[in-house]
Design a protein around this ligand. Sequence first.
Ligand SMILES: *Cc1c(COP(=O)(O)O)cnc(C)c1O
Length: 358
Amino acid sequence: MHRVRNAILKISEYVPGKTIEDVAKGYGFIPEEVLKLGSNENPLGPSPKAVQSVKDYAHSISVYPPSGAKELRHALAQYVGYPVDQIVVGNGMDSVLDLFTRLFVEKNDEVIIPIPTFSYYELFTLACGAVPIFVPRNSNFDVDVHKLLDAVIERTKLIFLCSPNNPTGNLVKESDLRQILDALEIMVILDEAYVEFADFSMIELVREYENLIVTRSLSKAFGLAGLRIGYAVAPPEISREYMKVAPVFSVNRIGMSAGVAALGDDDHLTQTIKTVRSGRDYLRNNIPFKVYPSQANFVLVDVSPFTSEEICESLLRKGIIVRDCSSFRGAGDSLIRVSVGTKEQNKRVIEAFKGVRA
Ligand SMILES: *Cc1c(COP(=O)(O)O)cnc(C)c1O
């Protein structure tokens, strides 16, 4: 007899990406030789100011964090140009998305997810006992607005959009987002985890629409993936409800202070964006396969006639971890995602690809 809810039992186990330790052990490298370009982490590492702040606050970890994360939310409010009461935070954007899903979605409701995209939207939907409705994107990975609107029924409670989209790297068009928001009263979550690397953000639209939430993270451009800080800008009525059910101490003390320090380090952010943008162009121009244009800190590569599995394996043998996208629903079996690294790292990737194609 199972005591766990059926909705949870039906979810298949998440397959995490390979770690540096796995690959070092399995392929005969020392950990320092392994290049991890599978998780879109910051190639420059964290801001030195954030690192200093972790050290400075290390002695205080026996004390609970300040409830409501006021200082961090203030810093985020300043960064995005919204009032503090519209900023909510969580233990990584993952947990922010999880909580928002539970705010809007009940058993047997439907949630619309244009695919291929970030797999957690599906996971959080299933955990609510709801039904994910997958809408395939166009051939250039744009959201198919007509198909999306056609998929809406009375039980549809939430739409997940991602801009730039993981793993395809393209932005949602502003006209497409407006068309969706104008046509529907359903909540739309726009995931902007990679927006710092992009040409534009649509965060300003939260002022105009009652049904838009923009979620962000300090894991990518701010280099704090290990500390787990996510946030969102939401309409005031929505953030009020979120705050009621969010765990009071969901962001830890070290993360809070490091987050504030990172947000104050403009130099590190500027350097990061510069490194990513030039590295992205370099990879796009030199990888000997079809590389899609990207607005994020990774590029999507179509390695056909090879399979993604073959290419990933061949790169692993050279000590390079990239993401096999065959686990992304609707992505087929010839796409891989390569995070942009430093200049030297990118060169190593190109060298490795030359061996593959030869
Ligand atoms: C990395 C990523 C996140 C997760 O961010 P965390 O704050 O590290 O949980 C959210 N959405 C997308 C699309 C991502 O790629």
